[in-house]
Design a protein around this ligand. Sequence first.
Ligand SMILES: [Zn+2]
Length: 309
Amino acid sequence: MIGAVDIGGTKIAVGIVDENGHILAKAECPTDVPQGFDHAMRRVAEMLAQGAEPSGVKLQGIGIGCTGPVDPIAGTLGNVNLLPGWEGGNPVEKLSAEFGVPAAMENDADAAALGEAVWGAGKGKARLLFVTIGTGIGASVILDGKVYRGVGECHPEIGHHVIDPSGPLCSCGARGCWESLASGPSMVEWIRTHAPATQHSLNLSAKVICARAQEGEEWARRAVEREGYYLGVGLANLVTLFAPEAIVLGGSVMKSAHLFLDQIRQVIRQNCGLVPFERVEISLASLGPDVGLIGAAQVWHHHFQPRRG
Ligand SMILES: [Zn+2]
């Protein structure tokens, strides 16, 4: 049994996960960033202990997924946008000492990717990309069961590769990166400049735009078409660059995947003539809303009981 911890900017989820990726118990609390890192770790330890206690479970280890950047080797938090003041905190050391078991951490995108790679839609795929499209675009590369890392063990930012250099400026420094063109907020931003003024005051979100498109509203359909095109261009780039066995898609925007998939496949067919794109499986994440927790548990297995690819 692995204790799983998923640390996000608004909430922290904790669970007990068995060796097949099933959650036996779970709990969550607000992250409450201003209370500080140590306070949060005390709450995590309490929730883990309470989760394990009723069934008499002895934890074998603790796996952690955390919004990044994090240092997966040292176990420390970097300068995380969503966790101001927590930089340098080390959840791996804290929780390992508290429970007397080994612990490991990855950023949450890599954790979710590992979960999907072993227990979800990417099962059995040695060369796998996992892409999350929501507030931002995150992507992870899993090669032979291992998270691909860059220099200094960094997490490459595939969501920020440039699609259109004349596009909007992003906080990454580039203009027209994939996230700036195809994230959920970028759909809303496009509506503000291209939809009839009557729509601007609405409480718009990618979800609302997709629902309006389903109802046949022309302005929303155009936004969905544009989104499908830019998702397709980014994914086609990944197909050409990696020619992976599969790309698994997750995140809140992909809850409306049926609106985008035809166009994504069409762009891939058109752009990827030099690689066997028809053998690249494009599938949807299958672990559902608990993917963060399930992935966090897999982080522990990835560090301490690696599978061969
Ligand atoms: Zn960017």
